[in-house]
Design a protein around this ligand. Structure first.
Ligand code: PLP
Length: 221
């Protein structure tokens, strides 16, 4: 199967309201260009240096999503061009994104990463921390005016038990829905980023609006 065929068969399974992020980490620019030629314009990367090299090398109508864990001292390298940061997991990081966005005269869209898995290894916030960050951002409207919180992101436990994964996705959807009335300048949660190659159909069933798919498009890593 070619990258183009893979993309087409995945797109055919996605409802219209679900956005596909093509996760291209570790893959060469030639593979990304194949996806680009097939019409894909949103790419997800998890390392800032690699993403920046690809951004420099590729057409400028691509939207670059940072899907990995972000270190505060690296934000400055992607602030000039990044379109969406999925993995915001602290207020400190959000403040740095705001600062670097301001330097670049931009507003950067962010998702708060929520911890939903039962595994110990995943990054993310618990419900209380999500709430605290949203409160802070709203109460500091004038200072936090170079970021926008546009949704939530989560990763389910890596397991082949679909009931477990469904339970975790459903929990995230419930948290997401609890903010559906939030509508301020910098907090409007409309994007729910959940689902990868192994679990995206389940994620969509549970209410995902954005799936991050790598190996099913580009092959194994
Ligand atoms: C690598 C990665 C993906 C894509 O994983 P696949 O199983 O290859 O689809 C999605 N989300 C995050 C955060 C990732 O790091």
């Amino acid at each position: 199967m070619s990258i183009q065929n893979n993309l087409q068969s995945i797109q055919a399974l996605l409802p219209k309201k679900v956005t596909l992020v093509a996760v291209s980490k570790t893959k060469p620019v030639s593979d990304l260009m194949e996806a680009y030629e097939a019409g894909q314009r949103i790419f997800g990367e998890n390392k800032i240096q690699e993403m920046t090299e690809k951004w420099e090398a590729m057409p400028k109508d691509i939207q670059w999503h940072m899907i990995g864990h972000v270190q505060t001292n690296k934000v400055k390298y992607m602030a000039p061009y990044v379109n969406l940061i999925h993995g915001v997991d602290s207020l400190k990081l959000l403040q740095e994104i705001n600062k670097q966005a301001q330097k670049n005269n931009r507003i950067i869209d962010c998702l708060l990463q929520v911890y939903i898995a039962e595994e110990e290894s995943k990054f993310g916030l618990d419900e209380k921390e999500v709430n605290e960050i949203l409160e802070y951002v709203q109460n500091h409207n004038n200072e936090m005016n170079h970021i926008r919180i546009v949704g939530l992101m989560g990763m389910a436990t890596f397991t082949n038990n679909p009931a477990q994964v469904e339970k975790e996705f459903s929990r995230l959807k419930t948290i997401f829905d609890s903010y559906s009335n939030l509508n301020t300048n910098n907090c409007q949660l409309s994007t729910l980023s959940m689902g990868m190659s192994g679990d995206y159909t389940l994620a969509i069933k549970c209410g995902s609006t954005m799936v991050r798919i790598g190996s099913s498009i580009f092959g194994g890593r």
